[in-house]
Every structure is written in structure tokens, then in C-alpha cells.
Design a protein around this ligand. Structure first.
Ligand SMILES: *[C@@H]1O[C@H](CO)[C@@H](O)[C@H](O)[C@H]1NC(C)=O
Ligand SMILES: *[C@@H]1O[C@H](CO)[C@@H](O)[C@H](O)[C@H]1NC(C)=O
Ligand SMILES: *[C@@H]1O[C@H](CO)[C@@H](O)[C@H](O)[C@H]1NC(C)=O
Ligand SMILES: *[C@@H]1O[C@H](CO)[C@@H](O)[C@H](O)[C@H]1NC(C)=O
Ligand SMILES: *[C@@H]1O[C@H](CO)[C@@H](O)[C@H](O)[C@H]1NC(C)=O
Length: 409
């Protein structure tokens, strides 16, 4: 039985605790808490943990306090370990094709016209797969973008297309934002996989060149940033999620009924801390998923700034230069077609395998406890997610160009 199926059953089975950590959402929560903690510039970490526990009036924070504690070990290791990051932030990469330059300008309006003009796109220029020296595909997956389904698909394809499928080992603390040494260990491990191989892990983009290895083929999936935070808000309030957490950590308090009854709209409109998304913040005390761009920006400290301009530009450059495909959850069919065409070694036949076996695929965790959120509230949020949205639109447009390029051939 593939491990992804186990996640559905594990709350009912007496499996060892370590197995329970397979849940990607759990891992993601840990990771975000981790990120939050990496940037607390305080000497006495334990004191700060207590302080944050005080601040955290919501049961969500109470629930994540345990992970914060776990991640403190790594935090200690990582202090003062950002040497060398500056070199990488100064990198000014020049795009090679005119199409890419247009994208980089971030002028979405001009770009839309550009797409409209039915210009012939050059699939070769948009194909980063051809630049990689090694047939190792690295899917540094963003949480809450439906990647369970894609992993199921990749496992099926690994048989048909003859490649090895690896995913991150079960561990207590999933480190999304790594220190130089952790990155070094990760890149060494990924480089050791026998090609053709796929490796899947929740982590920020790593520059393999900097660690002395050739770049793998990068891929990822993005989702509308506003939908992602709404999804997370209701996900952590879903009954199955709370029960699973309680089973893993019986010592943690149950969430307060008032917290459970919160709805997203009221939360935003009343200025509740949990639903405040303040641009420029590095630490928001809530382990949610507001930072999608960070996964593409990298492990640099500046990548953690919420809705940061620098992080967004860096993320765009990395996508242009190093990502073979960044799919879009809302456009699964185009995503599959582009994956098939640009990374055929791994994704040949993906579209048909997906559609012919849809009924037996691991489903995106659809949450029936998620009420609709009004456009008015979404618009309030959009004002604070400008760079996150720009990055998402950028990925979507690039995907469309790649799609158009192969259809025009
Ligand atoms: C397409 O792009 C590639 C790589 O940049 C280039 O070598 C090739 O000449 C381009 N083809 C056309 C028709 O522009
Ligand atoms: C992209 O490059 C890969 C590797 O060279 C190749 O297999 C694939 O067919 C190319 N796709 C397109 C659309 O050029
Ligand atoms: C990756 O590292 C190499 C070597 O340090 C550097 O030349 C390159 O600009 C870096 N690329 C990115 C995307 O940071
Ligand atoms: C949006 O950001 C501003 C600060 O720039 C902040 O005052 C406001 O509370 C934020 N709104 C939300 C809904 O997070
Ligand atoms: C899925 O669909 C393909 C045909 O598109 C088929 O060959 C394969 O056996 C199906 N089953 C699974 C488990 O992937």
C-alpha cells in the first residue's frame, strides 16, 4: 500500500508515532513554525517560546507550540549561520530570451497583450529541462497545493516511465528554511540518487551549484495565494485534523470552542491577529501558509519577509532560470500537458494516466467544513498579498506560454 494511502488510515491504526509524521499538513505546520522561529533574534530561546505561548491566545498557536519546541534544536544550530548568503543575493541573472525578459518586468497587463498577439513562442527557449546535466527531478513542493495527487501520479508513472521515486524521510521537524550546512547535506543526498530519479520534499529552492553539484530539474505547483490561506484556516479546524493531532500529541490542549467557531470573514473583518497579513513581517506567530513565494526564493533570510518585493523578484528569476515547470493547481490539465511536453522523461503519458485513473487517485483533501468567503473579504486580503499574487500570476503566465509554444509547433 503506498504510503500516501496510509495517511487516511493511520489515525485508526496503532502505528508508531514516527509514521504519523507523514502527514504533509502536519509537516507543513511544523515547518512554518520553524521558519517563524528562525528569525527571532533573541538570546534566550526558551524564554521566547514562553513569551510566544503567552501571546498566542488562539488554540491554533497552542497546538503548534509543541513543534516550536521541537524546532528549537535546529534553531540553535542555525544561529549566525548565514555567511555566504549575500553572494547569492547579489546574483543578477540575465534572461536569455525576450519572452523571459517580458515576464521579469512584472508588467502583467503588457504581458497579457503579448499572449494575445499570438506570437509564436519558442519552446526551446522556455525549456529549462535541456539545461540540466542530470536526470534528477526535484519537486520542492509547496504545502496546500494538492501535491498529494501529483505524487500519486508520479508513483504510477515511475513504473511506466522507469524512474525511481523518493520522498522526504519521515522526520519530526521538517526544515523548509535551512542553514547552509543543512542545505549542503540535502544537496549531497539529492545528488547521490541514481538517475533517473524523482525527489519530493517541502523545502525552499536550493542552489546546487553553490554546493558543488549540478542543478537538478526543478518543478513545483502553485495555488492562488488567497485560496491557500483560506484553505489552511479551515483545514486546521476540521474535525479529522484535530483528532489526528490529539492522537499524536495527547498532552496538547484541545482547541477552544470559540476558536473553532471562528469564521474566516469575521476573523479578517474584526482584525483578529490570526487573520492579519502584514507585509514586511518576518514573524507573525501563526503557523499558516501565507508565504508561497519563499519556496521559490530560497533559503536566504530575506526570502521570509511576507509579501516582500525582493523575495518575489528572486523567486521569479529562479523560476525563469531553474524551474522546468511550475504548474498551477487551478489549471491541472494545462499543467499536465506542459509537464508531459517539457519533462517527458518523467511525465510521458501523464495526462491519460491522470484522467483514466482519476477515480482511484488520492484526492486533494477536500474540506466540506469550508464555507465560502465573499469577494469583498478576498479583496481586502488581495491588497496585502500584492507580491504573492504577482508571483502566482507570473507562474500562470509562464505556464500558458509554455503551453502555447508546444501547441504552435
Ligand atoms: C529558440 O531558442 C533557442 C534557444 O534560446 C535558440 O537557439 C533558437 O535559435 C530559437 N529559435 C527560434 C526560431 O527563434
Ligand atoms: C525539453 O527538453 C527536454 C530535454 O532535453 C526534451 O526531452 C523535451 O522534449 C523538450 N521539450 C520541449 C517542448 O522542447
Ligand atoms: C548559484 O551559485 C552559483 C555559484 O555560487 C552562482 O554563480 C549563481 O549565480 C547562483 N545562482 C542562483 C540562482 O542563486
Ligand atoms: C494589511 O496590511 C496593513 C499594513 O500594511 C495592516 O494594517 C492591515 O491590518 C492588513 N490587513 C489584513 C487583513 O491583514
Ligand atoms: C491508468 O491509466 C493508464 C492508461 O492511461 C493505464 O495504462 C494504467 O494501467 C491505469 N492504472 C493505473 C493504476 O495507473
Amino acid at each position: 500500500m503506498p504510503s500516501i494511502y496510509k495517511s487516511k488510515l493511520r489515525s485508526f491504526l496503532p502505528v508508531p508515532i514516527s509514521k504519523r509524521f507523514l502527514s504533509s499538513e502536519w509537516i507543513a505546520l511544523v515547518s512554518v513554525s520553524m521558519t517563524v522561529f528562525l528569525f527571532i533574534h533573541t538570546q534566550i530561546l526558551t524564554a521566547r517560546i514562553e513569551e510566544i505561548k503567552q501571546e498566542a491566545l488562539t488554540a491554533a498557536a497552542a497546538f503548534s507550540a509543541h513543534e516550536n519546541h521541537l524546532s528549537s534544536v535546529s534553531q540553535e544550530k542555525s544561529r549566525g549561520d548565514f555567511s555566504g548568503n549575500n553572494a547569492h543575493s547579489n546574483a543578477q541573472e540575465q534572461s536569455s530570451s525576450d519572452q523571459q525578459v517580458t515576464l521579469s518586468s512584472g508588467n502583467q497587463h503588457r504581458h497579457r497583450q503579448y499572449l494575445h498577439a499570438k506570437k509564436k513562442y519558442n519552446a526551446t527557449a522556455l525549456n529549462n529541462t535541456r539545461n540540466s546535466e542530470k536526470e534528477t527531478l526535484f519537486f520542492n513542493r509547496v504545502p496546500k497545493v494538492g501535491s498529494q495527487t501529483l505524487m500519486d501520479l508520479m508513483q504510477r508513472l515511475s513504473v511506466a516511465n522507469g524512474f525511481l521515486f523518493h520522498r522526504d524521510k519521515t522526520q519530526k521537524v521538517e526544515t523548509i528554511k535551512m542553514t547552509y550546512y543543512e542545505e549542503s547535506r540535502l544537496t549531497t543526498m539529492v545528488d547521490m540518487f541514481t538517475p533517473p530519479s524523482v525527489y519530493v520534499k517541502h523545502t525552499c529552492f536550493s542552489n546546487f551549484t553553490r554546493h558543488g553539484y549540478s542543478m537538478p530539474i526543478y518543478m513545483n505547483i502553485v495555488r492562488d495565494p488567497i485560496e491557500r490561506v483560506i484553505s489552511w484556516f479551515y483545514y486546521i479546524r476540521a474535525p479529522w485534523y484535530i483528532i489526528e493531532r490529539k492522537q499524536v500529541f495527547p498532552e496538547l490542549p484541545l482547541p477552544h470552542p470559540m476558536w473553532l467557531k471562528k469564521d474566516f470573514e469575521t476573523c479578517v473583518l474584526s482584525g483578529d491577529r490570526e487573520c492579519m497579513f502584514i507585509p514586511g513581517e518576518y514573524h507573525d506567530g501563526v503557523g499558516d501558509h501565507r508565504r508561497q513565494t519563499m519556496f521559490f526564493c530560497g533559503h536566504d533570510e530575506k526570502c521570509v519577509e511576507f509579501n516582500g518585493e525582493w523575495a518575489m523578484q528572486k523567486a521569479k528569476r529562479n523560476v525563469e532560470k531553474h524551474y522546468a515547470v511550475v504548474g498551477v493547481l487551478e489549471e491541472m490539465d494545462i499543467t499536465l500537458k506542459v509537464l508531459e511536453n517539457y519533462i517527458p522523461r518523467f511525465f510521458a503519458g501523464a495526462f491519460n494516466v491522470y484522467h483514466d485513473n482519476l477515480s482511484s487517485m488520492v484526492k486533494i483533501n477536500k474540506n466540506m467544513y469550508k464555507p465560502p468567503v465573499s469577494e469583498q473579504v478576498k479583496n481586502i486580503l488581495r491588497q496585502n498579498f500584492t507580491n504573492e499574487i504577482e508571483f502566482y500570476e507570473f507562474c500562470k503566465q509562464r505556464l500558458h506560454m509554455q503551453h502555447a509554444a508546444v501547441n504552435n509547433l
